[in-house]
Design a protein around this ligand. Sequence first.
Ligand SMILES: NC(=O)c1ccc[n+]([C@@H]2O[C@H](COP(=O)([O-])OP(=O)(O)OC[C@H]3O[C@@H](n4cnc5c(N)ncnc54)[C@H](OP(=O)(O)O)[C@@H]3O)[C@@H](O)[C@H]2O)c1
Length: 307
Amino acid sequence: MRSIRRPKVYNQAVRILIAGGSGFVGNSVGRALQEAGHEPLVLSRRPGPSAVLWDGASLTDSWLAAAAQCPAWINLCGEGIAEGRWSRERREALWTSRLLTTSLLVDAMSKVPVRPKVFISASAVGYYGDMGNITVDESDAAGQGFLAGLCADWEREALRAAESGVRVVGLRLGAVLGREGGMLARLVPLFKLGLGGPLGDGKQWLSWISREDLARLIIHLVAADISGAVNAVAPEPVTNGEFSRALGAVLHRPAFLRVPGFALRLALGGMASVLLTGQRVVSRKVMESGFVFKHPSLDAALRAELL
Ligand SMILES: NC(=O)c1ccc[n+]([C@@H]2O[C@H](COP(=O)([O-])OP(=O)(O)OC[C@H]3O[C@@H](n4cnc5c(N)ncnc54)[C@H](OP(=O)(O)O)[C@@H]3O)[C@@H](O)[C@H]2O)c1
C-alpha cells in the first residue's frame, strides 16, 4: 500500500505572493488564504487596494521588496486562452504573458535576500494534448499541439527555480468552475436562454475542479511536501455531453442544442480545438497526499456555485 503524506500545518500567518492574483482564480485563492489566516499579496499591472504594482516584464525595487517578505510565491499570470481567435499575435501574447512573467519571477528569486520556500506555478491539463478516452495522470508526457507545447515550455521555465533549492509545483489546472469567470460565466447565460448543449459530438473529456476546491488545494500545496507536476482536477472527469446535461439539470433548462464542430472551427479557428478535444485527467498526487475534495462530483460543484 502506498504511504499517504499528510501536510504539516502552518500554525502562523504566512505572507503569500500571488502574481496574477487579480483574476478569476487569484481572487478566490486570495479570499481563501485570508480566511485561513494568511496574508496574500497580489502583484498586478493595475492599481488596487491590496495590489503591489508591477509590469510583468521588469524587476523593480518596489515589488522585489514586497516579494522578499513572502516565503510562498504563486504564479497565476496569463492572458485568457479562450479570448478570441488564435491569430499569430494572439498566440504570441498567450506565450509571452506566461513565459516572460514566469521567467521574471524565477529571476527575482535570486535577487531577494532569502529565496521563497515554495513556488506554485499554474499550467493547464492542456499539457496532455488531445487524449481521446485514455486516462492520464502526472506521470504522462506532454501531448501535441499549441497548448501542449505552451504548457510544457511554461512548466520548464517554472522548474528553473528548483535548481536553486525552491520547491516547485507545476499546477496543471482543469477547467475551473466558478460563477464569476472561466467557462461557467460564458455558458450559464446561454443555458438560461435555452441555448445550451454539447459541443461537437460531446464525447470529448472535460477535467474540471470547483473554484473553492482549487483554492483549498493551493493552500494544501503551500504546506504539503509535494513537488513537480500536480493535476488540479476533481476525481470525476466527465464528457462534454455529460457536462451539458448536468448544467442543464441544475439550471432547469434544456441542453440539447448541439453546436457542430465545423461551426466552432469557422467561428473560433484554432481555439476551437480547446473545446472540441479534451483530456480525461486524474490526479494521483492529490489523492495520495490526503487532500479531501469538498465537491468531488460535478453535480455538487455546480449546485454549490449556481444555486
Ligand atoms: N480559469 C480556468 O479555468 C483555467 C484553466 C486552466 C488554466 N488556467 C490558468 O490559470 C491562470 C489564472 O487563470 P484565471 O482564470 O484566473 O485568469 P484571469 O482571470 O484572466 O487572470 C489572469 C491574471 O494574469 C495577469 N496577466 C495577464 N497577462 C499578463 C501579463 N502580460 N503580465 C502580467 N500579468 C498578466 C492578470 O493580472 P493583471 O491584469 O492584474 O496584471 C490577471 O489577473 C492562467 O494562467 C490560466 O491560463 C485557468
